[in-house]
Design a protein around this ligand. Structure first.
Ligand SMILES: CC(C)(COP(=O)(O)OP(=O)(O)OC[C@H]1O[C@@H](n2cnc3c(N)ncnc32)[C@H](O)[C@@H]1OP(=O)(O)O)[C@@H](O)C(=O)NCCC(=O)NCCS
Length: 173
């Protein structure tokens, strides 16, 4: 198996990122609704950085994307839920790993990369996760993230009920 590398996302990676996301959406329902503009969805407002995991034997404009994560400024809602100042927080978002690349530590490495970038900016990494996303929750807790609260997700889940989210704070130091 080729070595896997984590590197900053380039604009030319976006089509491959959207293709990988399509597979995750079809398998896991993440995101719940397929966005009209997937490349835009992968580029949230106030982005601080964005990284992908690729098979490391190439470095071309068409590298296959195995995983993805973004780091953005945090909004008022999560800051309020955590009772922390938004200006001191960075939000980990858009984390996913292609179905055939899972359980090899890629999400852990992407999460570490984003949390390190937050620390480099003097910010505390935080995230919110669908309370029904058992795999992602297991990942965060295994990686040392601390459950810091829960709340209303603001959307209707597949079961027709209002979704709940959990808020996590990344490891300090
Ligand atoms: C959640 C997700 C990112 C995990 O990616 P991954 O590369 O397989 O994760 P890792 O290999 O780094 O997992 C590290 C540890 O997390 C836990 N974990 C990860 N996925 C898990 C799952 N589906 N069930 C239970 N535990 C899981 C395990 O403890 C795992 O260690 P192990 O493989 O030695 O048992 C991936 O399954 C995914 O993309 N899911 C759909 C999208 C999603 O939910 N994104 C998060 C949105 S908030």
């Amino acid at each position: 198996m080729p070595e896997r590398v984590i590197r900053p996302r380039r604009p030319t990676d976006l089509p491959a990122c959207a293709e990988a996301l399509r597979g995750v959406h079809e398998t896991d329902g993440y995101p719940v609704r397929w966005p009209a503009d997937p490349q835009g969805w992968l580029t949230p407002r106030d982005m601080i950085g964005c990284w992908i995991a690729t098979a490391g034997d190439t470095d071309t404009d068409t590298d296959r994307v195995l995983g993805h994560v973004a780091l953005t400024r945090a909004g008022a809602a999560i800051a309020e839920a955590l009772a922390l100042p938004a200006a001191k927080l960075a939000l980990v978002a858009r984390l996913f790993v292609a179905v055939d690349a899972r359980r090899g530590g890629l999400a852990t490495d992407l999460l570490d990369r984003a949390a390190r970038a937050a620390r480099d900016e003097g910010l505390q990494a935080v995230l919110e996760v669908d309370a029904a996303a058992a795999g992602a929750i297991a990942l965060y807790e295994r990686a040392g993230w601390r459950l810091a609260g829960s709340g209303d997700g603001g959307w209707i889940a597949a079961d027709g009920l209002p979704a709940r989210v959990r808020f996590y704070v990344g490891p300090v130091g």
